[in-house]
Each structure stands twice: as C-alpha cells, then as structure tokens.
Design a protein around this ligand. Sequence first.
Ligand code: GLN
Length: 498
Amino acid sequence: MPNIDELSAAEIASGVKAGDFTATEVAEASLDAIDKREGEVQAFLQVVPELALAAAKKCDEARAKGEELGALAGVPVAFKDNMHLVGTRTTCASRMLENYDSVFTATCVQRMLDAGATPLGKTNMDEFAFGSSTESSAFHRTNNPWDTTRVPGGSSGGSAAAVAAGEATITLGSDTGGSIRQPASLCGVVGMKPTYGAVSRYGVVAFGSSLDQVGPFGRSVADVALAMNALTGPGRDPYDSTSQNCPVDFLEHLDDPIEGRKVGVVPALMEAAGLTQEVKDALAGAIKALEDQGAEIVEVELPNIASAIAAYYVIAPCEAFSNLARFDGVRYGYQEPDCLSLAEQTAKSRAHGFGEEAKRRQMLGAYLLASGVYDKYYYPAQQVRTLITRDYVEAYKRCDVILMPAAPRTAFKFGEMSDPTQMYASDMFTISNNIAGNGGISVPIGLGAESKLPVSAQLQGPAFSDRRLLQFARAIERAYVAKGVVAPAFAGKGGDLA
Ligand code: GLN
C-alpha cells in the first residue's frame, strides 16, 4: 500500500478497483494517520472507525463479487458536523446539540457513500457555522496544520484542516458567506462553493437558507471535481426544493486549455484596504500564470460590492434567527432541568445551550426583524442584494470568470480577532458570491513571501458555471503544483502502511 498522503482520490479509487490495495487497507491507513496527527490538529469532533471499516468492508466485498464500484471507491472522507449521518452525532459544535444523534442521513453525505466513499467522522466547526476561525466551537479549537499556533479559518475549519493534515482525502463543508473558500485558503487546500442549488442541503442544519451551500475540500482540483460528480447529478432532490438538476461531468473539460478565455479582475478589490502585500503579490503571480496560458485579463467593476458585508450581516442573522428558533429546549437538544414554566425552560435552555456568537447573531436577527426596524435594515439589505446580483450579471458579460483573493491575509493567531467585526471582514472577498448565489472556488497559489503560510486565489463565475470554475482552477493549479500536498509538518508522519 503506497503512502496515503501521496494518493489522490482518483488514485485511491482506481487502486481499489484494480485490486492494488483494498478499501480496508486505505481505511486503516487513514485511521492510523488520524491517530498520529489528531493530537496536534484536532480537526474532528467524532471519529467513527467502526463505520469506516464497515463501509470499506462492504466495498471490498462488492469488488470480490465482481460488482461495479463507485467513483469514490474506498476514498476516505469526513463531514462537517452540521451534516447528518446515521450512527454519528450532529452537534454543530454547540452545547445545544451535544448529545444529538442523527436520525437520518443528509443527501450530500449519502451521495458520497453511494459513490463508495469511506466515512471517517465529523469535523469541527464554528458553532452553527457562525465564524471564520473555528474558535467559536463549544468543544475545542482546531489547529492549522501549517502552523498549529494559528487558526484553520472557518467555519468549516475542521474539514479544511483534516485534508491539509492528510487525515482525510476529501471532506465536505458548508459555505454561507465564505466558510469553505476561506478555510481552504488558510489551510492551503482546494475548496469549492458550488452554485446555490447545485448540491442538496437536505439533512444539513440550516444557517442562512437563502445563502447556504454544501461543497467539497480536496488537495487537488481533480479531487474536488470528482467529489462534485458524486454530490450532484441529474434530477433534483425531492427533499430540498432549492436543489437543481445538475447533470454535468465535472471531470470532462477539466484539462481543457483556457487560451483566449477572459478572466475578469476588479481593480478596487485588488487594492482593498486590509489586503496584505504578500497576498497581492501572490495574486499578481496567479494572474501572470493565467496570461502565460493565453487567457486575456479584463478589468471589470462590481460597484456595489463594498456593501456586501453590511447586507450579509443583516440578511444572514435574520435567517439564522428564524432557523435557530427550533432549538427551544423542547424538541431538540439541550433542555434545562427543573424549570417551573415553559417560558423559563425556553429562556434557560437557550441561554445555556448557545455560545456567545450564536446569541449575538440571534439577538441581532430578532432586532432586525422587529416591526419598525425591518423597513430600515432588512428591506434595504435585500435591495442591495439585488444590486450586487445585477453587478455580477453585467460583469460576466465581459469575462468568463473573475479572479480575486480568497481571504485578505494568511492564517491568523488564536484570539487575534477579538472584535467580531474584525472577524466579519475575513469574508470580504467571499460573501458577495453567496449574496448573488453564484459558484466560487479557492485554489492554493503558494506561500506568502513574509508569513510563509498558504495563500489562495479565488475564482468566481456565473450561476451554474461550476465546471468552468474547475477548469480555470485547474489552469492555476497547473502552474503551481502537479498534485496537491499535505502540510509539510504532517507529510509522511503517519498513515504509511508500506
Ligand atoms: N464567516 C461568515 C459568518 O460568520 C460566514 C460563515 C459561513 O459561511 N458559514 O457568518
């Protein structure tokens, strides 16, 4: 069995199919890597060896019977802990759901399993996906595999870190304002937020329902494309009314040349306040790499994008307030004991079940939706949303994709962003895409000259141009690495069964 750190998802699946090694050996190698590395990384909230080994065994038995194996045969995967998987808890990294057992399996999770993947467990996150550093998890922090004194980003920080540390080959996250693309950038892995509706959200605990989207992390663009094939497909999920028919093979045009294609850049974003010099320099390199492959760079404007964060922090808390109202201590999750009235039970269960940021968001949402206040904030925020969506439509008349930073700076230290509004600014380049419902992907472009930490470029595209995004991301990747890498501190430190 070759070193699992060096195998792509496609290589694992083809190796299992060819009988070069078994899914059980792969599962054991991954569990071994988790054993060795998890002490330093803490990417997982729950590891499920029994489920992993049972799935691997099923895969090996299917092969022995001559059955056709799926595209993810034996590929070790993990899921953000807001996704239901029967046999695991789904905690959303909250005390509120600390003991909540999944009663069904999310469609996105099921699709990965149906493609033959091996489930390793559930990954850490910011509580209910509120945050950009995974620090608001009620249980523990997750360390960035490139520098364990720094955050992995968030809110899908555990999923990004698990891939960067070589603990899982593919993981899933959710992205409401940047929670896949930003941690992918901070951890030096590829992370994709598909177009709103491309992937079913059935069985994923809702945060902002008009913004949430599930997507994959991988060490390479090809791994992410392979996962996209499993996650999407012909036909809509009858359990998610926002899911769309998506009968696309994401691998089909992956390596097509980008010669003559147009890449938009927004000058105001490339000079945005808060963007560090090393990120600017790295992006200049990515632009050059695309030009060298024959792409034409065109300047485009997104005139209303400066209002995106403000609009998001009205719309998202309002939706979160509405979605989290169900956690009232009656039906789901934590219930305060010994209360004398229902009102007392609800108040105390919520007061003790939720952490600080979850409370802040819900109080903000409650306030913003109050009569009299609603007209002042929620209504204009929705108007700004329309303006931003139209800005993108105009911009995409002039280019195929837009290139911009994924995050303003590389991974920061724990506790460094003590003011919540500072943290909110981490998503200054990602949020507008959720507002417009479009797809986006972050792809590593080397290390910052000063910090020596991963920097990524972000590509955004029109709705349902996800295959094109992967193709351009692959073009960038081609210029940097032949194949995804595990963070150097972890590469080869475990999981080698040779
Ligand atoms: N950081 C943003 C927030 O805190 C986005 C989070 C996300 O995409 N889940 O809301």
